[in-house]
Design a protein. Sequence first.
Length: 159
Amino acid sequence: MNTQFITVSAVLLMLFSGNNLAVISEKENTVRTEASQPVRTVVINANDQMRFDKNEIRVKAGDRIKLTLHHTGKFAKNVMGHNFVLLTIGTDVAKFAQAAMSKKDTEYIPSTGVIAHTRLLGGGESTTIEFNAPPKGTYDFLCSFPGHYAMMKGKFVVE
């Protein structure tokens, strides 16, 4: 009985040790891959006049994007909330914005047509997201808070 317990324990130890080593190796490879990608820092300011300070952002395909959004205004997010939403190519901006109006529970972010987005910010708040640049092309970005897309939009150009 004692030898069976030791044998079973040894087998379990080998099985779990092997799995943990595999997981560690996968994590190490992931870190190495991400560390080797160029990081492009982008900072965007949004204000209470419903304006982004940039209407065009240019990056290279394959770049790791570190995007920071600052809401430089004073109004609360339920009155003058701002976010940054990068849309997939071919997404109709007006239809997306219309769909966003009914998505208050997800901070006005529909579940389709989105490559990356920030959380919704109120005045004085900032947030940073990271994502990989999509393939070469010209993409739309906007603020999806109801009514803002008409003035708060731009082009995200991947070269």
